[in-house]
Design a protein around this ligand. Structure first.
Ligand code: NAG
Ligand code: NAG
Ligand code: NAG
Ligand code: NAG
Ligand code: NAG
Length: 945
């Protein structure tokens, strides 16, 4: 702490502005002298306690100038002038003897036999070719790190050529990259699991708070900081939240915390990526959030985007005025001598950081989704002459590259985006999964971010993998989480590459970093290994992805065909194949049924005569289609817009079929990604809760009256028992459920659509009971309720748990009670208290919940926690497969996002398959063009109902 305190007393830019404080309050002399006596330490303690800046003591009289001012303070002001006029430059990389973050006593490390992604093209590659990916290669090399820096990158480094105490790590040929950089995180200020007491993301006292600092709320003990690092993320920009038009100062931190990670102490200052603080960082936000938060009765506004622009301009004007007054003072002091000045340097803590932005000392990152937000903000940059490094949540930037290029300073901002998270509010509705590719093709810079905890930053690299899948070139996808953010943060010479002179932030991966499920086997920060005993998944050695840009075209929508012949089929993963043939090159489908697999010569001949389409899949895959289970697909279009939403049912027991709304972006995207069926239940209150009966429907149906639109009018009975569903307590919610089940057994239902009628179906085993729950404690209680109800009513409940982050703790008991589990999300990251014991996977934990459940023999499915995940269902299945150490086969994994949900006895059901065909680039890359064909389903969807 001491270091931080000293800095606060001496660092010019953070100087508690003496004169600024004077206008706020004029301390009486005796009071001021008391503060002098207490000294700097007392000042800091008080200022931190009350967030007040107080005047330093007036100078003793003998120090006075002819104008009665303190000569010493005028000298200090002059020094401040120099600091104000400082133009930061990106800190140097090469040329350093040691990393400023290096702690003495750490031994050098030699990583041998690595396959290295340097992060830049081979020397001499022309820039235009490099932009297309020419000159980027994985190279075989050894890496030597010392004093927190990469010192050598050579084909082979002899043990004798390095210091005697060097630690050696054999990478066994695995891929090695620079540490991942997440340019938008709230880790540490919004600790997980989220609790009121640990949420310091937004200072909501006012819409304009450029003066607050995320470092003041950073909690180094947030467990999420380690979870994120276990995904190879070594550096994050921790921003204040986006409630405010001007949110405050942000900081770039590394994910090494305290002595166990090789640091001096557990302190936010010790986590700063650049201890010299060359650049400062700031967060602003436009659009829906500020008007929603401040446009309410009792708040001062803004209530519209119009008001937001005024709030911005008013604040920039105030800071501009301060900057001009300071410059005038500094010029006058320089030309006529500081002792002739009749006043002190004008300073005002409120506008100090914004002044620094106008002086070009701050890297600005602004959250703006829509065209009007982007255009207005670019206008502000030109009106007040400041630069912007990146727009965040920049979901519509792909539509307006030219607007970005109008930004002040001739340096268009990057677009910090998610790969495919959208639809959660109106401004996130017009997003495209191809945004990264389109931006890149327009000469702009896409960067993938987590907005942790919105996405789990542990898997921010998966966003880049999806960016690649959606057409961004391979090297640009990797750059989007390494060199891209490094450059935008002013760390272009230090972070993001494996080159001598760069910080030794390094990850060795268990597979290609852009493949599904890639996990680090070790992570180094400033040359120090971060995991003492990392869990390493047993994975078959997989070749690195060889990018195939022919697969980067934006595919057209799905095509429905009655008859089709696929050639070039590499893999068939259908539940029931016609027969096991050696060659599966050709597959013939007729009216939704596979009629031939193999050479199929007769069919091919017949097809060419009848003009049946023959489609070469070039290493294609055929799979069953998927089912989206547990989402709100079919019940809303935009999560936060009530008009588009079926709404919360509260404790009314309703049927989703009665609220079904089709032909939305959600249903259409689901359909075009091979998720041809969905089973959705009304929500109890928020988006991840369920109450009532779910409806099973075909996502391609245009209305509830379309032929075969609905395959299950009442698919299951749902209740919610998570933390949001206390009514009024968890014990009350459990009592209510037990009471309903027991009394239903002895109550006649007059209305066949009523809760009682559906509970009869639960009690006679014809409908599953699906309970949304995460906590292992609540799950334990549910198992007791199940057995109490079963023995009182002589029934057998088909119980399914949905959510189930902590189900792995009771895996054996769940298997014994024959309870199925649908994980939603598949990979919980303990966002809420009742998920806090979730397993986050290698290298921190030995597998995740799905692995433990499968080992115990529990029947498991993959559900959706949020609707945008519908594009990713196949990839999530791939994750279970890739990281499952052989627990499930590829075909079995693909059946996880499927219906029926995994209650026992499912073997008796079947649904006629809708087949989905993919172009897929072997081996196992995440890039597929999804899907090119959905053959029509036939009949009423089998004999399920
Ligand atoms: C770590 O602590 C030692 C001993 O207190 C100190 O000399 C050194 O400067 C510190 N290093 C860093 C990088 O903070
Ligand atoms: C590097 O590792 C690979 C995989 O284990 C191995 O086949 C190869 O022989 C190793 N190369 C060297 C130089 O040790
Ligand atoms: C339910 O209906 C049956 C048949 O009509 C009748 O015999 C029984 O008494 C009723 N039970 C109750 C609890 O009303
Ligand atoms: C179960 O109960 C439901 C609702 O009362 C009824 O419609 C259905 O026929 C019953 N099924 C069986 C197998 O008893
Ligand atoms: C992980 O768990 C599996 C299954 O229980 C076990 O076989 C394996 O030894 C464990 N691995 C480690 C590294 O603990």
């Amino acid at each position: 702490m001491k270091k931080g305190m000293d800095e606060k007393c001496s660092l010019p830019l953070h100087q508690p502005a003496a004169d600024a404080a004077r206008w706020r309050q004029k301390p009486r002399k005796s009071r001021a002298l008391r503060f002098l006596a207490l000294g700097c330490l007392g000042f800091i303690a008080f200022a931190q306690w009350k967030q007040l800046s107080l005047s330093r003591a007036p100078a003793p009289n003998h120090d006075a100038t002819v104008h009665g001012l303190s000569a010493q303070r005028l000298q200090d002001n002059l020094a401040t002038c120099n600091a104000l006029q400082k133009k930061p430059r990106d800190p140097i990389g090469a040329g350093r003897e040691r990393n400023a973050r290096f702690i003495d006593g750490h031994a050098p490390t030699l990583i041998t036999n690595a396959t290295v992604w340097v992060g830049e093209p081979a020397a001499g590659t022309p820039p235009e070719a490099a932009r297309k990916g020419v000159g980027f290669h994985w190279i075989k090399a050894d890496v030597y790190v010392e004093h927190g820096l990469v010192k050598k990158l050579e084909p082979s480094i002899a043990r004798s050529a390095v210091a005697a105490d060097t630690l050696v790590f054999n990478a066994h040929g695995r891929p090695l990259t620079a540490g991942i950089i997440d340019m938008h995180s709230h880790a540490g200020v919004g600790s997980l699991p989220a609790l009121w007491g640990n949420d310091d993301t937004n200072e909501m006292a006012s819409d304009i708070t450029p003066y607050v600092r995320s470092i003041d709320g950073l909690q180094p003990n947030d467990p999420q900081i380690h979870v994120i690092k276990s995904g190879g993320v070594t550096t994050s920009l921790v921003l204040p939240g986006s409630a405010n038009n001007m949110g405050g100062e942000a900081y770039v931190f590394k994910h090494a915390v305290g002595k166990p990670d090789g640091r001096n102490e557990t302190s936010a200052a010790d986590m700063l990526a650049d201890p010299d603080r060359n650049w400062r960082f700031m967060k602003m936000a436009c659009g829906e959030n500020p008007k929603r938060v401040y446009g309410k009765p009792g708040k001062a506004g803004p209530t519209s985007r119009l008001g937001e622009s005024w709030e911005f301009r008013k604040a920039f004007e105030a800071a501009t005025k301060l900057v001009r007054e300071q410059d005038d003072w500094c010029d006058a002091a320089a030309s006529s001598g500081v002792h002739s000045m009749k006043s002190y340097l004008p300073q005002e803590l409120r506008w100090e950081s914004l002044g620094a932005l106008l002086r070009g000392q701050v890297h600005l990152n602004t959250h703006c989704y829509t065209i009007p937000d982007l255009e207005a903000f670019i206008g502000h940059t030109n009106e007040f002459k400041f630069k912007i490094r990146a727009f965040h949540h920049a979901h519509q930037t792909y539509l307006v590259p030219e607007i970005l290029k109008r930004a002040y300073g001739g340096d268009p901002p990057a677009s910090a985006i998610f790969a495919d998270n959208m639809w959660y509010k109106e401004e996130a509705y017009t997003a495209s999964e191809y945004a990264g590719k389109i931006l890149y093709d327009n000469g702009l810079t896409p960067i993938f971010v987590s907005d942790n905890p919105v996405l789990n930053a542990q898997h921010v690299l998966f966003e880049a993998a999806k960016g690649y899948k959606y057409g961004l070139p391979y090297h640009a996808a990797l750059a989007a989480v390494t060199t891209g953010p490094a450059e935008r943060l002013g760390f272009g010479e230090r972070l993001g590459k494996i080159k001598p002179g760069f910080d030794a932030d390094i990850v060795v991966w268990d597979s290609d970093p852009l493949s599904v499920g890639a996990a680090p086997v070790q992570v180094w920060i400033d040359g120090t290994a971060q995991f003492d005993d990392p869990v390493e998944l047993k994975k078959p050695r997989v070749e690195l992805i060889v990018p195939d840009e022919s697969l980067s075209k934006i595919p057209e929508g799905p095509v429905w065909m009655d008859e089709v012949v696929f050639t070039g089929v590499a893999t068939v993963l259908l539940k029931s194949e016609v027969k096991d043939v050696a060659s599966k090159n050709t597959v013939v489908l007729s009216k939704g049924k596979v009629t031939c697999i193999g050479a199929c010569e007769a069919e091919l001949q017949a097809a060419s005569k009848t003009n049946t389409p023959i489609i070469n899949l070039n290493n294609g895959y055929l799979t069953e289609s998927f089912t989206a289970f547990g989402s709100k697909i079919g019940l809303n279009a935009i999560d936060a817009e009530d008009d588009t939403d079926n709404g919360p049912s509260g404790t009314s027991f309703t049927r989703a079929e009665d609220g079904l709304a089709l032909d939305t972006k959600k249903t259409n995207v689901a359909h075009s990604y091979g998720v041809t069926k969905a089973i959705s239940a009304p929500k109890l209150n928020h988006g991840n809760t369920h109450h009532g009966t779910s409806v099973g429907f075909f996502t391609g149906a245009k209305s509830a009256l379309s032929k075969n639109a609905i395959f299950a009018s009442d698919a299951a009975v749902h209740y919610t028992l998570d933390t949001s569903a206390k009514s009024p307590s968890t014990s009350a919610a459990i009592s209510n459920l037990r009471h309903k089940l027991l009394t239903a057994a002895t109550t006649n239902a007059t209305d066949p659509y009523s809760e009682t009628a559906h509970l009869h179906a639960v009690l006679n085993g014809s409908l599953p009971l699906v309970l949304t729950v995460h906590s292992a404690d609540t799950i334990a209680t549910i198992l007791k309720v199940k057995s109490a109800v079963e023995s009182a009513t002589s029934s057998t409940l088909r119980l399914v748990l949905l959510g189930a982050a902590e189900a792995h703790l009771l895996a054996t008991e769940l298997a014994a009670a024959r309870v199925g589990v649908v994980l939603a999300p598949l990979l919980s990251y303990a966002t809420t208290w009742d998920q806090r014991r979730a397993l986050t996977g290698a290298p921190l934990t030995n597998g995740t919940g799905v692995d433990v459940l499968l080992d115990a023999g529990v029947v498991v499915g993959v559900g959706l926690e949020e609707d945008w995940l519908v594009r990713d269902l196949g990839l999530l299945a791939g994750w279970v497969w890739a990281n499952g150490e052989g627990r499930v086969g590829e075909k079995e994994a693909l059946s996880l996002p499927a219906w029926p949900p995994p209650y026992y006895g499912r073997g008796q059901y079947s649904i006629s398959p809708t087949t989905t065909a993919y172009n897929r680039q072997p081996p196992k890359s995440s890039r597929t063009t999804m899907p090119i064909i959905s053959a029509p389903s036939t009949g009423k969807g089998g004999n399920l109902w």
